[in-house]
Design a binder for this molecule. Structure first.
Ligand SMILES: NC(=O)C1=CN([C@@H]2O[C@H](COP(=O)(O)OP(=O)(O)OC[C@H]3O[C@@H](n4cnc5c(N)ncnc54)[C@H](O)[C@@H]3O)[C@@H](O)[C@H]2O)C=CC1
Ligand SMILES: CC/C=C\C[C@H](O)C(=O)/C=C/C=C/C=C\C=C\[C@@H](O)C/C=C\CCC(=O)O
Length: 280
């Protein structure tokens, strides 16, 4: 896998965010909070979705104090619930009248309750993507827009201590890339991009110290620690800059952006998968 060096030499197609409306799931803390803040700093209004009501409401209050009244609104929603997700999305449309940017960010690591992990990390990303697409696509009278799905470097290669997490993130990458092609072919007017961060300094990073969450793979903790040595932590702010690029650069559709301590780059996928011939 080659990481194409992405020179931000400036693009002719830069989306202005003033007056735009964004939705971010898993927005109450961590990367989602970072995405919300950079969107507000760049003029967008933001709907925050999270199942953590206290953290979400506190953040909403602080953001409106910092960026101006009515810029940020929190909605309690468990994205693994189709009804709660749909209800929250409808409340956003009622409040803001439109959605231009949608970020499926909510995610967990739980190798024990793997069905829960699949439900949140993959099924809910599909659900959120389709909710946004139905509203945004031009054939439905929509204004177009951009969807950014948050995968991980574990969506590009295996994390031995988290095979289910790895599977969900690979699914997010594959789903998003295929749908971006469908969107282009069908002229939906909607861009779909993927963010693949390495280890980031958030609460999630402590997961691999938890036997409750890594289950049968807890004994591979040292493997993850050695991966951390090879792939040092990055900060939320570093990832948020990559997120903003995927939102604003209207030349990017189907882009997979890898954010690592060594730099940020657009992933180049080979058109032909290298193979070693075998005799049958
Ligand atoms: N922290 C890291 O090292 C990396 C994280 N990621 C991905 O970034 C995304 C965000 O992760 P972090 O900010 O690090 O995690 P975090 O644990 O700090 O924050 C996740 C947020 O999502 C919310 N959430 C969890 N389940 C939810 C549900 N069912 N419905 C609604 N909200 C829910 C939580 O309440 C929390 O506010 C995840 O998709 C994660 O897989 C990707 C690569 C690296
Ligand atoms: C137990 C997992 C704990 C936290 C997961 C965290 O949220 C996360 O997503 C961290 C991912 C970090 C992955 C880091 C390296 C992965 C390496 C291999 O899978 C190879 C993948 C791609 C190539 C990377 C490269 O730099 O070439």
């Amino acid at each position: 896998m080659v990481f194409g060096k992405f020179e931000q030499a400036g693009s002719l197609w830069i989306m202005a965010l003033n007056g735009k409306v964004a939705v971010v799931t898993g927005a109450a803390q961590g990367l989602g909070k970072g995405f919300v803040e950079i969107l507000l700093q760049n003029g967008a209004n933001v709907a925050l979705l999270d199942l953590n009501e206290k953290a979400g409401k506190d953040l909403e209050e602080n953001l409106n104090k910092a960026y101006g009244a009515d810029r940020a609104h929190f909605y309690t929603a468990d994205v693994s619930s189709e009804q709660q997700f749909k209800d929250a999305f409808q409340k956003v449309l009622t409040k803001f009248g439109r959605v231009d940017i949608f970020c499926n960010n909510a995610g967990i690591v739980n190798e024990k309750n793997w069905e829960k992990t699949v439900s949140i990390n993959l099924c809910a990303v599909v659900r959120g993507t389709y909710l946004a697409l139905e509203h945004m696509k031009k054939e439905n009278g929509g204004q177009g827009g951009v969807i950014v799905n948050v995968a991980s470097l574990a969506g590009l290669g295996p994390l031995p201590s988290a095979p289910i997490y790895t599977a969900t993130k690979h699914g997010v990458v594959g789903f998003s890339r295929a749908l971006s092609m469908a969107s282009q072919l069908a002229n939906y007017g909607v861009r779909i991009n993927v963010l693949c961060p390495t280890f980031v300094r958030t609460a999630l990073i402590d997961t691999f110290h938890s036997e409750e969450l890594t289950g049968q793979f807890f004994n591979l903790k040292t493997v993850t620690e050695s991966l951390l040595d090879k792939h040092p932590l990055v900060e939320v702010e570093d990832v948020a800059k990559g997120f903003l690029l995927l939102v604003k650069d209207e030349s990017l559709n189907g882009a997979v952006l890898a954010v690592r301590s060594t730099g940020t780059g657009i992933v180049s996928f080979p058109t032909e998968i290298p193979k070693t011939p075998v005799s049958l």
